[in-house]
Design a protein around this ligand. Structure first.
Ligand code: MF3
Ligand code: CO
Length: 304
């Protein structure tokens, strides 16, 4: 998502007060004191210690998660269809058409289309493009290219979002390695997400792995909460460190989508269209994106 950072330090206790015998805010129908009261108190203690904490409107209940899974089924089907079709000589507008057709045939809406003026159904970012690449008839994929296809779907008002890298034909070994290490970064990041830990615990593992391989991680553009909206709180950094950023609690859904550069971390945005982001040094950049849900007992990957 775009380079915005918004945070919440609003403790849960400053949200709507609920009597202990009143129905819980989560919609379970149970009394608050038998449902989320202890959970809210636990979050309050972290807020009191000065940590950023999620507000309850971000938390997804089981019915919401099911809706997100159904949205993600379409999202992943669109990416699978791209994987089947992608080949040297294809232009990236053909990828846009595949994503539009698969998504709408399955009853979904491509979330990027008209999102803040974005004019396509998908982002296709080639080689030195970091993200938000415009599909185009003039961008013809050739042997040795790498391309990120970033797909997002709305179904019944629920959002899914994930992206994959594709390597076109034979790719130079050092570029292939960038693609592989970036996927490892995401998988290491998923493993580092623990309820009652912090987003920074995950971010530290992600950028350490990238840096250990000689790469850099983009600072200005991060991940995001997702599910009820395309982009909701929290903004998710992959350059912060353990113990920093928002507390992770069960019910949170967000993306892990670091942009990993082979060279320097610096980027610039195409001024003509205001969207397409490139590396300043012209070296390749890779990104994979997983949408994850945090449960009491671990993490569920919703879209990949
Ligand atoms: N899919 C991107 C993300 O992972 C967002 C793209 S914004 C768009 O957050 F408008 F370009 F679609
Ligand atoms: Co995203």
């Amino acid at each position: 998502m775009k380079a915005l950072k918004w945070v919440s330090t609003e403790p849960i206790k400053k949200q709507e007060k609920i009597g202990r015998n009143m129905p819980c805010w989560c919609g379970s129908g149970r009394k608050y004191k038998q449902c989320h009261e202890a959970f809210d108190r636990k979050i309050d203690r972290f807020a009191f210690m000065g940590h950023e904490v999620p507000t309850r409107d971000l938390l997804k209940m089981e019915e919401d998660v099911q809706k997100c899974r159904e949205s993600a089924r379409i999202n992943m089907a669109a990416l699978d269809a791209v994987a089947e079709a992608i080949r040297p000589g294809m232009n990236t507008l053909e990828i846009d058409k595949i994503v539009y057709d698969v998504t709408t045939k399955m009853g979904g809406i491509p979330a990027p289309l008209d999102y803040e003026g974005y004019p396509f159904s998908v982002c296709t970012s080639v080689n030195d493009q970091v993200c938000h690449g415009f599909p185009s008839e003039d961008v013809i994929l050739k042997e040795g290219d790498i391309v990120n296809v970033d797909c997002s779907t709305i179904l019944d008002g629920y959002f899914s979002d994930s992206s994959r890298m594709f390597m076109i034909g034979e790719v130079a070994p050092e570029v292939k390695r960038l693609v592989e290490v970036t996927l490892e970064c995401v998988e290491i990041g998923v493993k580092a997400v623990k309820p009652w830990g912090f987003l920074g615990d995950m971010a530290e593992q992600v950028h350490k792995h990238a840096e250990a391989n000689g790469y850099s991680v983009v600072k200005e553009i991060g991940g995001h909460g997702v599910g009820f909206e395309f982009h909701e709180e929290p903004w998710v950094s992959y350059v912060s460190n353990a113990g920093e950023d928002m507390l992770i609690v069960p019910g949170m859904m967000f993306t892990i989508e670091p942009m990993v550069n082979m060279g320097k971390a610096d980027i610039y945005t195409n001024e003509d269209n205001g969207w397409e982001v490139h590396t300043k040094d012209g070296k390749p950049s890779a990104q994979w994106e997983y949408q994850i849900f945090v449960r009491e007992d671990g993490v569920e990957v919703i879209s990949h």
